[in-house]
Design a protein around this ligand. Structure first.
Ligand code: ADP
Ligand code: MG
Length: 576
């Protein structure tokens, strides 16, 4: 035997690995053990192999929903949620969710298979040809492509660090089809993997920034704390509670920060929102941006009285984005709030009693005024009657996850349904988008193991409704309540042309969404009164069976665009 033949035989004998296995090993090594995706070329076999290797692989019906699931998994766990898609169209479907993750500061990695570089770059027309890396770049925090199996470990390490360090966000990882089958020596492959150490290092605030912030706060007459979803994400729940309670300052939770401290907490100013925004003199933002959701920190909503803003955020560029921040505190919320707590010392003055009392009175008045509306048992149901029931159910089941989307369904549920524990409420987020519903519900069930209640507008549900098959397939404890008022905003619009087409905001009248889930073996219930709704939801939450409740609402209930109708331009010249 010649020397050449001998060495070839030796190569054939040595243990080998390939791209498929290295990606799986790299994910597992870094504790990324759940994948949300849709199979297809070139990642079908990868999904099978990942499942065989002990990774939980959840196959969806559309990539956007898988992507939303991955994004909220990132929010709930502080680890990047992983979404896996095929090339071109699948990638594009996932991209909406990747941009959403970046906008919302959720860590997520979108992994997409892609076509052959040589063909794509010469634009020779490959199957699902697209320069995915270039397209992803402006929509995420970072984007990487791996061409060699030996670089898979480094590629994933970079993706993880980019997703979770600093301000979290979405990362794109491009894996060309050829990479999966690339073979290399198993030992060298193993050595090439990277276990990421301290992926999101603590960012300690500067001591003088803490002193500056406390000095401003100490002189406040009417202070207010606003907690945002960054504070919820940070999982610094105890430190935040200590800070709020030690200072005695009223706090306002943003939508996904509800429950960080219970909405029923004596200092919660949720039901006195407009008063505290207007009348406060010093506002401390913790993990909340002064974007449209807070009227940019200026204008009518904030009143005329001069205001000073203190902002705690991990992103230095967030400071002064809308108004002057007199005391920026840059660092991770856990470290910042711990430093603030240490700085309070023993004789921190209690927040001014007259201010605290004024906020409390306003809040109690508003709550009392709302109470009778929430107890109505009207048929057809209105939002308040239906939400009054769901509010009690959430109170009795405080550890259940709550998913919420819609227009009126979102705005009213956010205000009416109190939350009692951190990170239980997940909703439309920074963009105020529709379509997160079923993806969020699936990830919430998978990541937390808790029952999930979804409160959905009929329009919002439509964006992800096919995923009820996914919910049934994995037998997840998800109860979906659809507030069905026959249309977008409401079900009473008319076609102004006099033609037979329905108006653009109308759906099929009397639609029975409950029948959809029966096709997949789930439980469908049609309810027309708050009492029936209560019974159906409790039964679903007790049984843990996938359930869809069609809650028939008065088609006249609801207003255009919910609470943000002012953002919807209206023509003064339109035909009536
Ligand atoms: P909300 O919509 O609830 O007001 P935003 O999404 O506007 O919340 O703001 C969240 C903020 O929290 C972002 O500016 C983000 O940079 C910040 N953030 C996220 N995670 C952390 C963290 N661990 N430490 C500090 N700031 C964080
Ligand atoms: Mg509707």
């Amino acid at each position: 035997m010649s020397a050449v033949v001998q060495s070839a035989a030796a190569v054939a004998d040595e243990e080998q690995t390939d791209g498929f296995n290295l990606i799986i090993d790299a994910l597992k090594l870094n504790g990324l053990t759940t994948i949300y995706g849709v199979p297809g070329i070139p990642i079908t076999d990868f999904g099978r192999m990942a499942q065989a290797a002990g990774i939980r692989v959840l196959s969806f019906r559309h990539e956007q929903n898988a992507g939303y699931a991955a994004s909220i998994a990132g929010f709930l766990t502080k680890k990047p949620g992983v979404c896996l898609t095929v090339s071109a169209p699948g990638f594009l479907n996932g991209l909406t969710a990747l941009a959403h993750a970046t906008t919302n500061c959720f860590p997520m990695i979108l992994i997409s298979g892609s076509s052959e570089r040589e063909v794509v770059d010469l634009q020779q027309g490959d199957y699902e040809e697209m320069d995915q890396l270039a397209i992803a770049k402006p929509l995420c925090k970072a984007a990487f492509r791996v061409l060699h199996a030996a670089d898979i470990g480094i590629g994933l390490a970079r993706a993880i660090r980019a997703a979770v360090s600093g301000r979290p966000g979405g990362v794109y990882l491009d894996l060309p089809a050829k990479l999966f089958g690339q073979v290399m020596n198993a030992d060298a492959g193993k050595k090439s993997l990277v276990k990421v150490i301290d992926a999101a290092p603590a960012q300690i605030p500067a001591p003088d920034a803490i002193q500056r912030a406390l000095a401003v706060l100490r002189n406040a007459k009417k202070p207010l704390i606003i907690l945002g979803k960054g504070a919820a994400y940070a999982q610094a729940d105890d430190a935040i509670r200590v800070f709020v309670e030690k200072t005695g300052i009223p706090f306002l939770p943003m939508s996904m920060a509800k429950g960080l401290l219970p909405d029923t907490h004596p200092q919660c100013a949720g039901a006195a929102r407009s008063t505290v925004l207007k009348d406060s003199d010093v506002v401390l933002l913790i993990g909340a941006r002064l974007n449209w959701l807070l009227s940019h920190g200026k204008g009518k909503a904030w009143g005329d009285a001069p205001k000073k803003f203190i902002q705690v955020d991990i992103e230095p560029k967030e400071m002064d984005s809308n108004v002057e921040i007199v005391a920026p505190v840059v660092g991770d919320i856990g470290s910042c709030v711990a430093a603030l707590n240490a700085g309070l010392g023993v004789n921190w003055p209690a927040a001014a009693a007259d201010w605290v009392a004024a906020v409390k009175t306003k809040r109690d008045d508003n709550v009392a005024r709302m109470a009778p509306r929430l107890m109505n048992n009207n048929v057809p149901m209105d939002y308040h009657g239906a939400l009054g029931v769901l509010r009690t159910i959430v109170k009795e089941r405080p550890d259940a996850m709550l998913v919420n989307e819609g227009a009126n369904t979102l705005d009213l549920a956010r205000g009416i349904v109190d939350m009692y524990q951190p990170r239980k409420r997940i909703d439309v987020g920074t963009w105020g988008i529709m379509g997160i519903g079923m993806g969020y519900a699936i990830a919430a069930a998978i990541e937390t193991g808790k029952p999930v209640l979804c409160i959905e507008g009929d329009s919002a549900f439509g964006f992800s409704g096919m995923e009820i098959e996914t919910i049934c397939r994995y037998n997840l404890p998800v109860c979906i309540v659809i507030f069905n008022n026959d249309g977008i905003y409401r079900g009473t619009d008319v076609n102004a042309s006099g033609g037979t087409d329905p108006a653009p905001t109308m759906f099929v009248k009397g639609a029975r969404y409950d029948k959809m889930i029966e096709a997949f073996g789930g439980v469908g219930v049609n309810v027309t009164s708050p009492d029936e709704l209560k019974r159906a939801v409790n039964a679903a939450m007790d049984s843990g069976k996938p359930t869809l409740i069609n809650a028939v609402l008065d088609p006249a209930a609801g207003s255009e665009s919910g609470r943000i109708g002012n953002l919807n331009p209206q023509s003064k010249l339109k035909k009536k």
